[in-house]
Design a protein around this ligand. Structure first.
Ligand code: AMP
Length: 114
């Protein structure tokens, strides 16, 4: 398993401001937020990128979206809205090689993204 900052958060070796946890997922506030609310939903399985998702991960992928919906409801920004995104590899802007979904909320998002 490739050790990343996220595998250390899963192992509780470094702290994180956790907002959601299930058997398969962990979600916590991003340390360098790009919006007033910026939460990461990570898999507990060490899947490096979206390219590495397999058919067997279909349920896990669905759980990531359902977790985003749940977090938006729990933290009170479901109605005002939010953006969910996954960065993949260099052109996608990925820095941490452990699959994660970003939830951005609390301000109006521009489109197209920069
Ligand atoms: P990405 O560029 O999609 O790989 O996103 C990685 C994200 O992880 C960035 O938004 C970072 O700010 C965030 N990040 C890195 N280290 C930590 C940490 N220790 N706790 C919370 N978020 C982190």
């Amino acid at each position: 398993m490739i050790e990343t900052v996220f595998s250390k958060i899963i192992a509780r070796e470094i702290p994180a401001d956790i907002v959601y946890e299930s058997d398969e997922l962990l979600a916590f506030h991003d340390i360098n937020p790009q919006a007033p609310i910026h939460i990461l939903v990570i898999t507990k399985q060490p899947i490096p990128t979206l390219n590495d998702l397999q058919d067997q991960h279909a349920q896990l992928a669905g759980q990531m979206l359902l977790a985003a919906r749940q977090i938006a409801a729990d933290l009170g920004f479901a109605a005002s809205g939010y953006r969910v995104l996954i960065n993949c590899n260099q052109d996608g802007g990925q820095d941490v090689w452990h699959l994660h979904l970003h939830i951005l909320a609390g301000r109006r998002m521009g489109w197209p993204p920069g």
